[in-house]
Design a protein around this ligand. Structure first.
Ligand code: ADP
Ligand code: NI
Length: 215
């Protein structure tokens, strides 16, 4: 098992699987999450190979890209088997990617350090300058507006409401983005999320001033 080859092959596999993906799960999201995961894994003394492999594959099994989550998991398993990854590592990677998805906050509690890191990295990519950009792209793709003071922020959404209901880009900050810093598992995640959170707050402050014609 040559870890470097497996990682390189997996990069190509994921690029190919995600080409043309328009829901915010493009290759560059995977690239950013993987780089952040590596940085965090080093700081947290975690298994870098397991972390990197899981970060690369974390969206391949997503229910948005497959007929079902089970089918997506099978796709990941087949890939890892084809790369001669040992069974123990395969089970760990499958465990990680099947537990980390956000789903409106209704996911399971996770205990493995490597899962915590990849989940933190995935959530961190939804905040800060990148997170703001992704939020507006998603909003535009759904044909929704930037902001409407008459549309209320939605609290305690179910998984279905989170996916399907109408909303605005600015409301998404209150419904998800500003909550993410408190959901960090690791100290490294908390530190990075804190900085990005401050950036989003100052963005919102500027946004409202401009909205009201004050600046
Ligand atoms: P994940 O939970 O796997 O990150 P999502 O599809 O929920 O995937 O989100 C993809 C990107 O789109 C994220 O940056 C997220 O913040 C953004 N996004 C998701 N839902 C909304 C929404 N209702 N309004 C604006 N942006 C959204
Ligand atoms: Ni992701």
């Amino acid at each position: 098992m040559n870890k470097e080859n497996i990682i390189n092959n997996t990069v190509n596999f994921v690029k190919n699987e995600l080409s043309g993906e328009g829901s915010g799960h493009d290759w560059w999201h995977i690239h950013r999450v993987t780089e952040l995961t590596k940085t965090m894994a080093e700081e947290e003394n975690a298994d870098i190979f397991i972390c990197t492999l899981s970060a690369l594959l974390h969206d391949i099994a997503d229910e948005k890209l497959n007929k079902s989550e089970e089918e997506g998991i099978q796709k990941v398993r087949n890939w890892l088997v084809s790369q001669n990854v040992d069974n123990h590592s395969i089970e760990i990677v499958i465990e990680i990617i099947s537990t980390i998805s956000f789903k409106g906050g209704n996911g399971p509690i996770i205990t493995r350090l490597e899962s915590k890191i990849v989940q933190d990295a995935d959530r961190i990519d939804a905040i800060g300058a990148i997170g703001i950009a992704r939020c507006f792209v998603y909003t535009g793709a759904k044909g929704r507006v930037i902001h409407d003071p008459n549309i209320e922020v939605r609290e305690n959404m179910s998984k279905e409401e989170y996916r399907n209901n109408e909303g605005t880009a600015i409301n998404h900050f209150y419904e998800k983005l500003l909550k993410l810093k408190d959901l960090m598992n690791t100290d490294t995640g908390k530190r990075i999320a804190h900085e990005r959170h401050l950036f989003m707050q100052s963005f919102l402050e500027q946004f409202y001033s401009e909205w009201d014609g004050k600046r």
